[in-house]
Design a binder for this molecule. Sequence first.
Ligand SMILES: [Zn+2]
Length: 710
Amino acid sequence: MTRTSFRPCAAACAALALAFAAACGGKSQPTAHHSSPEARLGFSSRSIVQERDAEAKYTAQLSIDSISQFHRTITKRPHMAGTPASMAVAETIRQGLERAGLETEVHEFQVYLSTPRSISAELVEPTKQPLNVREPANPLDPDSANPELVPAFVAYSASGEVRAPVVYVNYGLPPDYAQVEAAGVDVRGKIVIARYARSHRAVKIHTAQEHGAAAIIIYSDPADDGYAKGLTWPEGPWRADFQSQDGNGKYSWFWHGDPLSPGVGARADSKVLDPATVPTLPRIPAIVLSYKEAAKILGQLRGPAVPAGFQGALPFAYRLGAGPAVVHMNVQMDASRRPIRDIIARLPGRNPDRWVVLGTHHDAWTFGGMDPGSGTSAVYETARSLAALAKQGWKPDRSIVFAFWDAEEPGLVGSTEYAEAFEKELRQKAVAYINTDLFMQGHFFGGGTPSLRDFLVQVTEDVPALNGHGTVYDEWRAERKGPKDLEVELAALGSGADFVAFQDYLGLPTLSVQYDFEGSYGAYHSNYDSRYYVEHFSDPGFHVARTLAQVFGVSVMRLADALVLPYRYSRYAHKISDYLDDAGTWGVLKLDLDHSKALAAEIATRSEALERRIDENVESGRWPDKSSASLNDHLTHLEQDLLDESGSPAEHWYRHVIYGWNIYSLYDGQPLPGLAEAIRLKDPARVAQETARIENALRRMLAELRQAGG
Ligand SMILES: [Zn+2]
């Protein structure tokens, strides 16, 4: 999955103007102070020399040829989760890493997946016209003619046959429906047609279902994802009129992963919920169309002229309907529990029971040229190169674990099942989770928990820029929005990729790292996301992949070898203070956050003192000593203190009180998600409850910080 739209203040914040200001953050933070420009968190000036030497040897292993070759191997066939082709890709990864010298494991889960049996759609009034739900092949990219490709579809769509007049609902979000209703158009029993962008497709399906629509068609409008943005395929990277976007329609704001097994890593014999009644599955049929096909319907709508903001970029004036366009659609899905396979590869450290985890996914809607072939190749190259370094005698202090998740596209299924199955072990042993998914030449993106912000800044300061000028950090800085004196910040992570279970369910310090484009790209979830697209548009020459492999390698090596783990909770505490201040502006309800603000301030002061002491003791060589293992564990677990574990996973799967996601925060992260939702619902009792959850979490954090010596 992954949309490249994590970038704060993109379309997302404009869409629903409630309580999201903090997601777009950007207050002035205390300047990161290093004792010298060469100082690196967790290392003394002596120990970093040896570390840099190992990093240089690692970097020398990285090979663009090897990245390209591996990418070719895994993008030959469509390899949707649950298919033999996906199993074959998983096995290719496992065998390659085993040969490279890593220990590998296969973790099979049995999960509920959904693929099309047959999908058809036809315009039946005012004229009869078939609507093509298959992307036509184009000889420029021979992969597009692969016979294993299936029609464009929405995974987890309900099955059903509907014949009804059509209503155009813009982006298909609640404010759009309010305007459609105000114009006197009734969507009940109708087929609504909504354009992609500004939210996850599942939110559009759910909103249509809530408003009584009989079915939904989602299409890519050229205004958001086509010629109005720039040159289209094959002349440029933007979506051509015949390309459509697949994706999952699962209601993942209840819980992520397998829709039938919240809180349980689903095995063949696991007891699971009934698909007929789970809240995570759509109850109306949904299909996707290209804009060439959608134009056939939209051009035949009459009724009121569209309100401001509804007009897309097709060459006619949009109308709301209903009708006279009538569509007949028939969606028959094949939904069942099927096996998926996560591949784990391990480079054991001297301390094998502490892990640094780097993850990506291997399943794809089609060929996975970019999504996820780019990310899979870069993580594979990192693993291969570190294995080569290990053969030369290098051994990390903590173990490095590489994860290749299956079934990310249906909704982070492989990563979530693994996180649920190994919850206890991960919470005890994992010191950080780093994720990447798709990437392409564009802007550096760093997101995650604020404790790792200074760490990622230092890593990117040590990796040469993609464009050859300066460092990756310089590129990151250049991307900052707002006043120039603002420092770079990690974006709050939302719902778009495999980091979700690790941050929101397990409370691990988490990073998401990639390069992204302008919020979308033309081949996203299309048959045309193939090798051709990567070679011509997204990463010709695989330079982005190589640069990111260097960022990943340096990151995991430093996290594995740091004498004291390089977190900065003082920064985290300041960030929490910012969110608490911002929350006061989210609604009309009076908030009592004074206790939480005082706790955050005390955490900041104590963290700063502890961090000074850590830096001094590491530099002088007094640390590590025999107390350091316990210090490192306390530091790691400070993040877990922010989980509120009351309630069952089915009621409360998103346990992190500071970071998370909800239906109205779109793909972006929503700081203080529970409080934001309570404010949106204007529910004072719930606000009080959420305020207490935040306060309790901060108390746990403060107590742990004291135990750590802060
Ligand atoms: Zn992906």
